[in-house]
Design a protein around this ligand. Structure first.
Ligand code: 5GP
Length: 124
């Protein structure tokens, strides 16, 4: 089954500048911004700029440059926001929902980064 990307999804609209966001980091191929409904004191979404619906789509079709940029962007957010232990923080959780069983709401790949409180075994 082919991947079908909806260019009207909310994160595509954020990438096009049609909807504002609270930007945390922008790189050549990735954007990080604060979640509109935070589940932790720090709740950031990191997305690739390319049209990928979820992690497996990205892993299959993104270029190596996009993948490296995205992986590094997630780590850079953790360091720059001070939650990475290497930055003196107490840790963080990254999570990506894919498909209906995971309750993915927005069909554009995003990694959630949660931090700023004790997160326990699971957050959602
Ligand atoms: P999902 O359930 O797809 O993994 O998570 C989607 C996330 O996107 C949710 O945590 C939700 O709060 C966030 N979200 C939905 N619409 C917007 C928006 O317009 N702006 C921002 N910053 N976050 C959004």
């Amino acid at each position: 089954m082919a991947y079908e990307y909806d260019p009207q999804n909310i994160f595509a609209r954020i990438l096009r500048g049609e909807i504002p966001c609270s930007k945390v980091l922008e790189t050549e191929h990735s954007l990080a911004f604060r979640d509109i409904n935070p589940q932790a004191p720090t709740h950031v979404l990191v997305i690739p700029k390319g049209p990928y619906v979820n992690y497996d789509h990205f892993a299959a079709e993104a270029s190596e440059a996009e993948i490296v940029d995205f992986v590094r962007a997630v780590g850079q957010v953790a360091r720059e926001l001070g939650c990475a232990q290497a930055a003196g923080g107490n840790g963080y959780r990254i999570l990506s929902n894919a498909g209906p069983d995971a309750h993915q709401e927005v069909p554009h790949l995003h990694v959630h980064l949660f931090a700023g409180r004790f997160l326990g075994r699971m957050i959602r």
